[in-house]
Design a binder for this molecule. Structure first.
Ligand code: SF4
Length: 401
């Protein structure tokens, strides 16, 4: 997949200047992180001070710049516009846990952003930066596949360690944090800022905004707790009465309404048209890296199909807390068994939410036995004028040179 176009719009242009609250100067670095209210902004929402406290003794901090959900661009945009703040935040995280190594994990396709990072690192190394940036930071390239940004996938692809599904990156001596979180870590510690804003991507059917649907709108510093409707109104986006609104990315996001609030973990607002109809009967294959079983069932109903069977990707395992995890994220264990089981139950079509590799496998089997294939991301990819998640050429191994 090629880089998607995005346009950056500072939220101050839409909502006016946001008065930034600051912390008392006497606070220590750790106290600033704690009292800023900073949480992991990539989706988990775990308090940053706790993550760094638990990570003490780890040897590396990995900045997750994978941005692997389609249509979302706000992390990549920040790399282009605020590289020093991200690298400074990464350095602060390294200091906090006592690590001398930092890694930015980014897809090789983001050539412009990689060049920006290299330039910021080289400026820092020759003393040409007023930011405190560690000389122990390096860049590692990721393949362009979903879910490249899964924490365990990043640890595997960057450090060569495949963690068990119930293990955290700390087991491999790593702390993983997304790039916006690291930028705000810099702002909390160096500028003493309380976290009250969030970056967002608005994408899909964005008619009224003045931009075409093939562009993602990246909004910087949107006040947390304003409503989705306020964001869409400020952009003059007209939402059709039969539109679907999703918070997050097309794979993992959840349905919202205009009344939903922007939170510290919000990533995207995606506006799509109705689901593609299908006469069914339809079977679903549940996967750990995509939509939940409930969301898949809701989509089957929206398509007007009857549900005739549910199968699981063979890589899925259920943790004691009932969460589904993949044994080896993004590496297909084979899908023939699940597809044939659904066929046996009478499925004429199939709905999947699979990673790139498993989608390829399903596409090698299901159409050949007369089954129509739908992917959970379809309506959103159509809205954002992107290619559907179907079959892809094998990605070539990435050179780290
Ligand atoms: S192997 Fe299965 S569970 Fe794992 S990422 Fe792919 S589709 Fe999801």
């Amino acid at each position: 997949m090629m880089d998607r176009q995005y346009r950056v719009i500072p939220a101050s242009l839409l909502f006016g200047e946001h008065a930034v609250k600051t912390l008392p100067a006497k606070l220590t670095q750790t106290e600033r992180i704690c009292q800023s209210g900073l949480v992991g902004m990539g989706g988990a929402g775990f308090p940053m001070w706790k993550k760094l406290s638990f990570g003490k003794g780890c040897h590396v901090v990995i900045a997750n710049a994978a941005e692997c959900e389609p249509l979302l661009e706000h992390n990549v945009a920040r790399i282009e516009s605020n590289p020093q703040e991200i690298l400074s935040g990464l350095t602060i995280a390294m200091h906090e846990i006592g690590a001398e190594r930092g890694i930015i994990a980014i897809k090789a396709k983001h050539e412009r952003e990689i060049a920006t990072l290299r330039s910021a690192l080289s400026d820092a190394h020759i003393g040409n930066s007023h930011f405190d940036i560690s000389p122990g930071i390096e860049i590692k390239m990721l393949e362009d596949r979903y879910p490249a940004g899964d924490e365990r996938a990043i640890v595997r692809d960057v450090l060569g360690v495949l963690l068990d599904p119930n293990e955290l990156p700390s087991k491999a001596g790593a702390v993983v944090s997304n790039v916006e979180t690291l930028m705000r870590l810099h702002r909390a510690v160096v500028n003493r800022e309380v976290v009250e804003t969030k970056d967002l991507t608005v994408a899909g059917n964005i008619e009224g905004s003045g931009y075409d649907d093939n562009v993602s709108l990246v909004l910087y510093d949107v006040p947390i707790e304003i409503s989705v409707g306020e964001v869409l109104d400020a952009l003059h986006i007209q939402v059709a009465s039969d539109a679907q609104l999703l918070m997050g990315g097309p794979y993992m996001g959840g349905a919202i309404s205009a009344k939903s609030s922007i939170e510290a973990t919000s990533g995207g607002i995606i506006i799509a048209g109705p689901e593609i109809r299908d006469r069914g009967p339809m079977g679903i294959i549940v996967c750990a890296c995509g939509a939940s079983e409930d969301r898949l069932k809701a989509i089957v109903a929206s398509k007007g199909a009857s549900l005739c069977g549910i199968e699981m990707c063979k890589n899925v395992c259920r943790l004691p807390n009932d969460r589904l995890k993949c044994r080896n994220p993004g590496v297909c264990p084979g899908q023939a068994q699940a597809v044939l089981a659904l066929k046996k139950k009478g499925a004429q079509s199939i709905l999947i939410s699979h990673c790139t590799d498993c989608t390829n496998t399903v596409m090698q089997i299901a159409p050949k036995i007369g089954m129509r294939v739908h992917h959970v991301t379809d309506a959103y990819m159509i809205a954002g004028r992107e290619h559907l998640i179907r079959s892809f050429r094998k990605t070539t191994r990435i050179s780290q040179a």
